[in-house]
Design a protein around this ligand. Structure first.
Ligand code: FAD
Length: 616
């Protein structure tokens, strides 16, 4: 079948029926939603703008033989229930655990390895401080307790007040559910005890740890993807967010995924397709079709195709969903104002490298030329000092490392070079952040480096490697140039020394992330994760429970029944997405049941629904 016929067939398939649900966007959250909807017997189509599914969880072979996880590169936050219920292992997802999971090289020749192995952690931290080595398990236990406290929140809908209350019974039921939710939370908080509770609040305001190298290694998790530093209020939550996940039940352990992060999306899409979902790429949604009084009747694709459904879920950012897809004068001003003013700032750049050899570290030549423990986990790069002398002495080491990063120009106009034998410090994180507060990319950015090919042999040719560099801080609109300017991009950072090692690279600055992946402002999280924009405040205050001011299709507005929640805006990292969908399936079924009832009773509906009685 040629491509035109296939495309025509797909368009026909899309347009010839009214779908129970449409999902805008085939990121891993959109696909998860589609899988659950399809498994409950509903007809569902996913419409993805790009040529490939996955959104930010994607694998692309931009350089022949090298498969890049272009954005997201580590897995741990996908909810265990989703992995289990969608049988993602059967659908091809294979997690590759990393041990050790982090490596921080230091200027003085020492290094810090950390991971799931408690004995290794003890002996490694002891190299810097015995006291910290003894304190570290307590720190881990504390975080574990906080995560346990948070877990149920991740798997439940925020207890948002109903926007449009219908009957007394609904109100009572709603009040009861909310009371149960808060009572449970209170019980868990009391169970934690006053000291831990205070520590928890303290953590939300600023993370705490001991030695500088240890502190900085842990603190990168508190600033990843944000524009703040580790003392920005809310950075403690970001830290918690990054230890909340798990791999096969091991808390806080991040894994590579064989074949790159696109394999997660692929496995979810396989589960969705097996359950009957239709997934279409190169299908960009340009608008929601809205009938009078803000009722959704489907979507309009960029090529003019109309696809009908009373239920639309959006996997695009809240900004895109409400500012771009919904026609003017439909949404209330206060809602639109809140969406418009949400924080989408980002200072993250991702660089993916195809290289012909592994980087070596002066301080840790443990394993000859092959991959050693230092290559397995996340490698934290920065510097222990701004001191020019120190830097010079480093760069003068003939074999301090095989690789060097050429930083931005400093105030005197010379390039700052530092090698991958530098380590990271709290001071360095703060100063990198301060550069971007001043409008410029960090002269000495924080870099998280990962080499997934050290464990995953499927993503690069034998002996060659894929390197991910996750870099902060690179403002969306630098005050000293533009990311559109090819010279600025390269002189800005890249990339030098042993250039022969680099076979090719892919660089995604915040504007690239916005353009390519659809992330508003280049923000990783579909909107910043400040304390003022979490949980009940997300995506905006008053609309945290997956509902929007839009309504489902006109055919269900009988007798003042309002079936609220559409389109749903799914959130990052799959947190809670299953919960949202289960919630939605419940509403859809109720809606279908009542619609079918009213259709029979009133004979006044042209509704095209098949009521299915599949239990949730
Ligand atoms: C550089 C980077 C590194 C990251 N690293 C990690 C990591 O290591 N681990 C981790 O857990 N998370 C990481 N993340 C975050 C994580 O990948 C995202 O939070 C997650 O992918 C969000 O998933 P999503 O499905 O909700 O949305 P997205 O992945 O944003 O998917 C949204 C989809 O909607 C599509 N879309 C948008 N507009 C339209 C339209 N008009 N019509 C049709 N389709 C449309 C987009 O093309 C996209 O496919 C990273 C993100 C980035 C950018």
């Amino acid at each position: 079948m040629n491509i035109c016929t296939a495309a025509a067939k797909l368009t026909r398939a899309l347009t010839e029926k009214k779908w129970d649900a449409l999902v805008i966007g085939g990121g891993h959250n959109g696909l998860t939603a589609a899988a659950y909807l399809a498994r409950s017997g509903l007809s569902v189509a996913v419409l993805e703008r790009r040529h490939v599914i996955g959104g930010a969880a994607v694998t692309e072979e931009l350089i022949p033989g090298f498969k890049f996880s272009r954005c997201s590169y580590l897995q741990s936050l996908l909810r265990p229930a989703v992995i289990k219920e969608l049988e993602l292992a059967r659908h091809g997802m294979k997690l590759l655990k990393r041990s050790p999971s982090s490596f921080t090289p230091c200027l003085d020749g020492r290094y810090l390895l950390l991971g799931p192995d408690k004995e290794l952690n003890y002996s490694e931290i002891s190299k810097f401080s015995k006291r910290d080595a003894e304190a570290y398990p307590r720190y881990e236990n504390l975080l574990e307790n906080f995560c346990k406290f948070m877990d149920p929140l991740l798997d439940s809908s925020p207890p948002e007040k109903l926007q449009e209350v219908s009957s007394f019974n609904t109100r009572m039921k709603d009040n009861l559910q909310k009371s149960i939710f808060w009572a449970n939370l209170l019980q868990r908080a009391v169970g934690m005890g006053q000291k831990d509770l205070l520590d928890f609040v303290d953590l939300l305001l600023s993370p705490a740890s001991k030695t500088d190298v240890l502190k900085a290694t842990l603190a990168t998790d508190a600033v990843i993807g944000t524009t703040g530093n580790s003392s920005t209020p809310g950075s403690g939550y970001v830290l918690l967010h990054h230890v909340m996940g798990e791999t096969d039940g091991d808390r806080g352990i991040w894994s590579y995924v064989e074949g790159g992060m696109g394999s997660v999306s692929l496995a979810i899409s396989n589960a969705a397709k097996e359950a009957g979902a239709t997934i279409i790429t190169e299908a960009e949604v340009s608008q929601l079709m809205i009938e009078d009084s803000s009722r959704v009747s489907g979507v309009l694709l960029a090529d003019g195709t109309q696809v009908c459904s009373s239920v639309v879920l959006s996997n695009a950012t809240p900004y895109k969903t409400f500012m771009e897809f919904v026609p003017h004068n439909v949404l209330p001003d206060d809602f639109l104002g809140a969406v418009k003013n949400s924080d989408y700032s980002s200072a993250t750049t991702k660089i993916n490298l195809a290289v012909d050899k592994l980087p070596q570290f002066q301080c840790c030549k443990l394993n000859g030329s092959g991959a050693g423990p230092q290559h397995m986990g996340t490698i934290h790069i920065g510097s222990e000092s701004h001191s020019v002398e120190k830097l010079l002495s480093i760069t003068s080491f003939p074999e301090s490392c095989t690789w060097r990063w050429k930083g931005r120009r400093d105030d005197c106009g010379s390039h700052i070079e530092y090698s991958f034998s530098d380590s990271i410090s709290m001071e360095e994180i703060d100063s990198a952040c301060q550069d971007s507060v001043n409008g410029m990319p960090s002269r000495r950015p924080i870099i998280e480096m990962t080499i997934p090919s050290a464990l995953d042999k499927t993503i690069s040719p034998p002996g060659k490697h894929v390197i991910n560099l996750f870099i902060q801080y690179t403002p969306y609109k630098p005050s000293d140039g533009s990311w559109e300017d090819p010279e600025y991009r390269v002189s800005g950072f890249l990339l030098y020394i042993q250039i022969s090692s680099i076979i090719g690279y892919d660089m995604l600055t915040p504007p690239d992330l916005e353009r390519e992946i659809g992330l508003t402002g280049g923000n990783l999280f579909h909107g910043a994760m400040g304390l003022d924009s979490l949980f009940l405040m997300r995506p905006v205050k008053g609309w945290s429970n997956y509902r929007t001011p839009l309504k489902v299709g006109s055919d269900v507005a009988y007798h003042n029944h309002h079936y609220e929640p559409l389109p749903e805006t799914l959130r990052l990292f799959s947190l809670g997405s299953k919960q949202k969908v289960v919630f939605l399936i419940g509403r859809l079924k109720k809606w279908k049941k009542e619609s079918a009832f009213f259709k029979k009773a009133n004979k006044c509906s042209d509704i095209e629904v098949k009521y299915t009685d599949t239990p949730l």
